[in-house]
Design a protein around this ligand. Structure first.
Ligand code: 13P
Ligand code: SF4
Length: 300
């Protein structure tokens, strides 16, 4: 029996579902029950009737699934797949800001540790950050951990947004010059970009949005070619839905090594032996649930 069939059998036996982010390897996306951006996957994690969730992504995604769904078993194919940005803010700094500013909301990108979520008022993803920040009654916003998504929101909001010095190493590495070079090579082709890119780089974009936003833009646009400025993994879904369109990525190619740690073999092993189960102590879970639930409520 091949590995895909073995995974299928285990899924039935254990009443399990597989969730995968667009940045994981194509063969892993291909066997997943749900593939999507961070917001979509959080909603699925909250509502699935399955007993076991295998999360093909990085640590904060599995943690969020467990926080939202404490009675389910959440398994991670690779326990070391982590997002460096998730740890690029500190609880101490958040507490300091709460002391310093009146009328402050701490807005936490979902790409963050459970510990950071415990001191935050609301979570956001790149798909809903703008909508949620603008819906908050507070004047002052401390946006953690991503300075790039934070500065994109700041540009499109009247709030006093205080930035934190975190970033996604993959998107931070994409320079304005990289984009100018690819635009020169493909003149007139639209540039679709993820808001985790630096502020200067974002100025070169025709469209800015989450991974789902980028995919939807391509689906709805009649152009044949696109310059895609986010992690390469989205190419699989872009091609699935747009066989005849051509996609160009900037050099060096944006690849998240942590997302690429997930393999079919690891999915099979974790499902077979219940490996790398996500565990969060109940106090942390309850505190981190508040901003996640608030996100789901405000994003409706
Ligand atoms: P989205 O899929 O929400 O756009 O997030 C991008 C990302 O960096 C996930 O790690
Ligand atoms: Fe984190 Fe960036 Fe990788 Fe997403 S692409 S998991 S933000 S390092």
């Amino acid at each position: 029996m091949n590995i895909k069939d073995k995974i299928e059998n285990l899924k039935k036996e254990k009443n399990a579902v597989i969730l995968a982010h667009y940045y994981v390897e194509p063969e892993v996306q291909a066997i997943a029950d749900y593939v999507g951006d961070s917001f979509y996957l959080a909603k699925i994690a909250k509502n699935t009737p399955a007993d076991v969730l295998v999360f093909c992504g990085v640590e904060f995604m599995g943690e969020s699934a467990k926080i939202l769904n404490p009675d389910k078993t959440v398994l991670m194919p690779d326990a070391t797949a982590d997002c460096p940005m998730a740890h690029m803010a500190t609880v101490e700094k958040v507490l300091e800001m709460k002391e310093k500013y009146d009328d402050l909301a701490v807005v936490c990108y979902i790409n963050s540790s459970a510990k950071l979520k415990t001191v935050s008022d609301v979570c956001v993803t790149s798909a809903n950050a703008l909508k949620i920040v603008n819906a908050l009654p507070n004047k002052n916003i401390f946006f953690i951990p991503d300075k790039n998504l934070g500065s994109y929101v700041k540009k499109n909001s009247d709030k006093n947004i205080i930035l934190n010095d975190g970033f996604c190493p993959i998107h931070e590495n994409i320079s304005k010059e990289d984009i100018i070079a690819i635009k020169n090579a493909h003149k007139g082709v639209k540039v679709l970009m993820h808001p985790e890119c630096p502020e200067e780089t974002l100025k070169e974009a025709d469209y800015i949005g989450s991974t789902s936003g980028i995919i939807n833009f391509v689906n709805d646009c009649e152009d044949d070619e696109f310059i895609i400025v986010t992690e390469m993994g989205v190419l699989y879904e872009l091609k699935e839905q747009n066989k005849d369109k051509t996609f160009y990525f900037p050099e060096p190619l944006p690849i998240c090594a942590d997302m690429k740690k997930i393999t079919l073999e690891k999915v099979y092993n974790c499902l077979k032996d219940n490996l790398n189960e996500v565990e969060i102590n109940e106090k942390t879970r309850k505190e981190a649930l508040i901003p996640l639930d608030k996100m789901l409520e405000l994003a409706k």
